[in-house]
Design a protein around this ligand. Structure first.
Ligand code: HEM
Length: 416
């Protein structure tokens, strides 16, 4: 699967993927222009009101952490999209710091058990090894490896089977809903209608899974099975939590795995550390290599916050910045994780950096609840790939901002 151009249609939901020229400009913007401009801003204007707009861009390490940790002064703006999608009760990442947020977080965590990581690891290992053994030396690492592993976790661990005929549209739909929630905050009638169709499709798959499990109970090592057996919450809440676990997972994981693999295959030092980790079967080092790759090539230019009241940024530092009420704040972890003021030689690939320099999973409030699940999955996928001395056959193909295809050759045979 080389080109991302095309459409998916299901239940009246149609999504057009960008054509070659549109894609060229999106890639140029997201991968080259934005990082260059944000890098410049980080040096000369780390809190910058974009001219003629309501948007303030925050690019320095300290300021990004300050915004992320002052959730009452800088809450998230996504509730409007969540309402438009009919997503009720709300999604954690759209919620403010209220008792309802903490109750939801507690319930979501109750649906998970410590042993789940062992199960997720087993699924990721099995599917990765199987895909690499079957492909015999050449694979599209995104579509034939990373996406199937993520889908297998959704099916076997969450308990949400994705019917074969809906698979492509389901994947497109999750990327589309994620883009609608976390991308441009300027909503149009068209973007709302397409996102509503996409969300409907994802919800229909979740609803079918929940009602099938009511007919024929699932084992307790699945999220749905455990939730039903232990009566953790009702199906309306379960449906919302599963939507969050899918939205936080399938698109994000595709972004993260694609970006990390791209760096590991194209940066000599990254490749060298990756090979050391694989030779020693060192899972800890594999994860460090993946995190460092994501620091250097982060998944997104930024995330959104707002200001319900006028406030200041840079509290306690030599320079403060006034931020007016009603601004949209774009915090760039991508720029922050390359900030020389906090990260020594940020362009050098060094997996042994202090953990404190990483904001891959966010920072403080809204910190990713699925980080441990994502980590074990990435450890298994990258261990399986790196043990086979992979080489990229060409450049990664994107679908909008999402990695879509990256053909890799590798030493065939069982390397487990
Ligand atoms: C490599 C994969 C992943 C990456 C890079 C990632 C990244 C992130 C980031 C940066 C945030 C914070 C967003 C913000 O502050 O605005 C976040 C939050 C969140 N993530 Fe992840 N994530 C990943 C995997 C997952 C998985 C596997 C799940 C579910 C099982 C998940 C569910 C969530 C949820 C529910 C939140 C909101 C938490 C809250 O508001 O308290 N993520 N993630």
């Amino acid at each position: 699967m080389k080109a991302s151009k095309g459409t998916s249609t299901l239940h009246g939901y149609v999504i057009e993927r960008p054509g070659l020229i549109a894609q060229f400009f999106i890639t140029l913007l997201v991968r080259h222009l934005i990082p260059a401009v944000f890098g410049l801003l980080r040096r000369i204007a780390p809190v910058f009101r974009f001219p003629f707009t309501n948007t303030v861009i925050v690019t320095s390490f300290d300021h990004v952490q300050e915004v992320s940790s002052r959730q009452n002064d800088f809450p998230v703006p996504y509730q409007k999209q969540v309402d438009l999608l009919g997503w009720k009760p709300s999604f954690l990442l759209a919620m403010k710091d209220t008792p309802d947020y903490w109750k939801t977080l507690e319930q979501v965590k109750k649906m998970w058990a410590d042993d789940d990581l062992v199960f997720v690891r087993q699924i990721a290992k099995e599917v990765s090894e199987e895909a690499l053994n079957r492909s015999g030396g050449k694979i599209d690492a995104i579509q034939q490896l990373m996406v199937p592993v993520t889908e297998a976790v959704i099916e076997r661990y969450y308990g949400v089977p994705i019917p074969a005929e809906k698979r492509a549209a389901f994947f497109d739909a999750t990327m589309h809903v994620a883009g609608f929630l976390f991308g441009s905050q300027n909503l149009t009638d068209k973007s709302i209608a397409t996102a509503q169709g996409a969300a409907k499709l994802v919800f229909s798959v979740i609803d079918d899974a929940i009602s099938a499990a009511r007919q024929k109970p699932l084992p307790e090592n699945t999220v749905i099975g455990r939730c039903h057996a232990q009566d953790i919450t009702d199906d309306q809440h379960l449906r919302s939590y599963l939507m969050g676990m899918i939205m936080g997972y399938l698109p994000t994981n595709t972004l993260a795995n694609g970006h990390a693999l791209d760096i590991i295959l194209n940066n000599q030092d990254a490749y060298k550390y990756g090979q050391t980790a694989a030779t020693e079967t060192n899972y800890d080092l594999v994860l460090k290599v993946v995190h460092e790759a994501l620091r250097i090539s982060y998944i997104l230019p930024g995330l959104w916050r707002t200001t319900p009241q006028e406030t200041e940024l840079g509290i306690g530092s030599a320079k403060t910045y006034k931020v007016e009420k009603g601004r949209m704040i774009y915090i760039s972890a991508m720029a922050a994780m390359m900030d020389k003021r906090r990260i020594k030689s940020p362009n050098t690939f060094d997996p042994y950096r202090s953990r404190d320099v990483y904001m891959i999973y966010g920072y403080q409030f809204h910190y990713c609840v699925g980080a441990a699940i994502a980590d074990v999955m990435m450890q298994e996928i990258f261990m399986a790939v790196l043990k086979r001395q992979p080489k990229a056959n060409g450049k990664m193909v994107f679908n909008g901002n999402f990695p879509w295809s990256l053909e890799v050759s590798y030493a065939p045979g069982d390397a487990s």
